[in-house]
Design a protein around this ligand. Structure first.
Ligand code: URA
Length: 202
């Protein structure tokens, strides 16, 4: 257990607990407001994230930013974005169970220290990990689950939306469901935003 987010960050940035440490360029700890009430969780860094040290910065990340903006969310202001594993698995393979096992304590501590009211899981791997090991994104996206006092939803991974744009309307309706849940359980997320815009599908 870490006493502050900064301490957790500093330990994680120097982590050598698994072999991914030897192939990474950067540890991708997370981005956003550590006091946010809404957290997004992905699977793990890809090539661009590994090069830049920030989650979701490639084409998928740009698309994610547009979905966030459609419901007045911004990675630099009112959310936090993290990943299950903090270092890039080579060739973008799925993280191995032992890599997840070595890394999951960091995510657990991020969640404990941030204390989000809502967690959105991006894609199948994060949804299975956080919500239910049998989670099916195509069937269960946009549904709310309450776990350990936190509202959780699984939705499409941005990379999946780039591969299959037919899912974009469903992803947008998940964002609208997220906005409704924010207005219900943590409306302060929108403090400082005078008039909420009419959401427009990216
Ligand atoms: N995919 C993820 O799951 N996380 C990232 O940070 C980038 C791509």
């Amino acid at each position: 257990m870490y006493s502050s987010f900064e301490e957790l960050h500093d330990v994680c940035m120097n982590c050598k607990n698994c072999p991914l440490a030897s192939t990474r360029n950067h540890v991708v700890f997370g981005v956003g407001n550590p006091n946010a009430e809404v957290m997004f969780i992905g699977e793990g860094p890809g090539e661009n994230e590994d090069l830049q040290g920030e989650p979701f910065v490639g084409r998928g990340g740009k698309l994610l930013d547009r979905y966030l903006a459609s419901v007045d969310l911004d990675r630099s202001k009112n959310i936090y974005i993290g990943n299950m594993v903090k270092c890039r698995p080579p060739k973008n393979r799925d993280p191995l169970p032992e890599e997840v096992a070595q890394c999951e304590g960091y995510l657990r501590e991020q969640i404990r220290l941030i204390e989000p009211k809502i967690i959105v899981c991006l894609g199948r791997i994060a949804s299975c990990y956080m919500i239910d090991k049998n989670f099916k994104v195509t069937k269960q996206h946009g549904q709310w689950f309450q776990k350990d006092g936190i509202w959780m939803m699984g939705t499409f991974h941005p990379a999946a939306l780039l591969r299959n744009p037919a899912s974009k309307p469903d992803a947008f309706s998940d964002m609208l469901a997220l906005r409704d849940k924010i207005l219900e359980v943590c409306p302060g997320v929108y403090d400082g935003i005078e008039v909420l815009g009419t959401p427009v599908q990216p």
